[in-house]
Ligand binder design. Structure first.
Ligand SMILES: Nc1ncnc2c1ncn2[C@@H]1O[C@H](COP(=O)(O)OP(=O)(O)OP(=O)(O)O)[C@@H](O)[C@H]1O
Ligand SMILES: [Mg+2]
Length: 233
């Protein structure tokens, strides 16, 4: 379980992106972090992923401050898939997926490939194994990036705007795929797409101006957001 305690983050230019955020992310299949552009979603994600150091407050995994975990342990807990997927263009899907297990877990090429093929198969994208990133669609690349992250079997995976490059139909297909994905990993999904959030998550939070405005069941969040109609695009 991830817990964020009184977290504040201010960028070097003085923009205060997070203001005293306290939250618990329950261990469930998908949890959504929503909010309009600039509300602090990515900054929060980056603090949880240790890419940014908050000036105030802390992030905990169970009872441990994440800054106290060594890199290997941290990577076994948390995976991240960014908006820019960073698939290596010179490697096939299989090559992309086996890189981390081989380097970080010391797997042999053979066993890493067998594991990757099994993962692709489980995620319903086995036909992509030999393709290069330039040869697959945005929706497929998003799935491959998630499959690659799952190779390290993290407890939690953070996804930042996974549907931003997808059209409406692909977004809907991706939502269904994510919802039905059989995995022990919990997903925290950052998105400004409320219908995508509604299609995938049962619980979530809604951020406004670096604060959590609403947290809980999606129905309640939507009621609240509707009440503020016009203030959200
Ligand atoms: N590297 C940076 N330097 C300075 N200010 C930044 C930086 N990154 C973000 N900000 C500012 O911090 C605030 C929160 O930004 P953040 O990227 O966390 O929002 P977001 O909710 O992810 O938005 P979006 O939906 O557009 O991705 C915004 O006011 C933004 O302009
Ligand atoms: Mg963002």
């Amino acid at each position: 379980m991830i817990r964020v305690d009184n977290l504040s983050y201010t960028y070097g230019n003085g923009v205060q992106a997070l203001r005293n955020i306290t939250a618990v992310f329950p261990r469930e299949h998908i949890f959504a972090i929503m909010g309009r552009s600039g509300s602090g979603k990515t900054t929060l994600l980056n603090c949880i992923a240790r890419f940014l150091r908050p000036q105030q407050g802390a992030v905990f995994w169970e009872k441990t401050n994440i800054l106290d975990l060594d890199e290997k342990r941290f990577r076994s807990i948390l995976g991240v898939v960014f908006q820019r997927l960073n698939l290596f263009p010179h490697l096939t899907v299989l090559g992309n997926m086996t890189l981390a297990p081989r380097r970080l877990r010391g797997c042999s090429r053979q066993s890493a490939e067998a594991e990757a093929l099994e993962m692709l198969d489980r995620l319903g994208i086995a036909e992509l194994a030999e393709s290069y990133p330039a040869q697959i669609s945005g929706g497929q690349a998003q799935r491959v990036a998630i499959a690659r992250g799952l190779m390290l079997k993290p407890k939690v995976m953070l996804l930042d705007e996974p549907t931003s490059a997808l059209d409406a139909r692909t977004t809907s297909e991706f939502a269904q795929w994510l919802r039905e994905l059989k995995s022990a990993t919990s997903f925290i999904v950052v998105t400004h797409d409320l219908s995508f959030a509604g299609e995938t998550a049962r619980n979530g939070m809604f951020m406004v101006g670096g604060r959590i405005r609403e947290c809980g069941r999606m129905e309640d969040i939507f009621k609240h957001v509707k009440k503020e109609a016009g203030t959200y695009d």
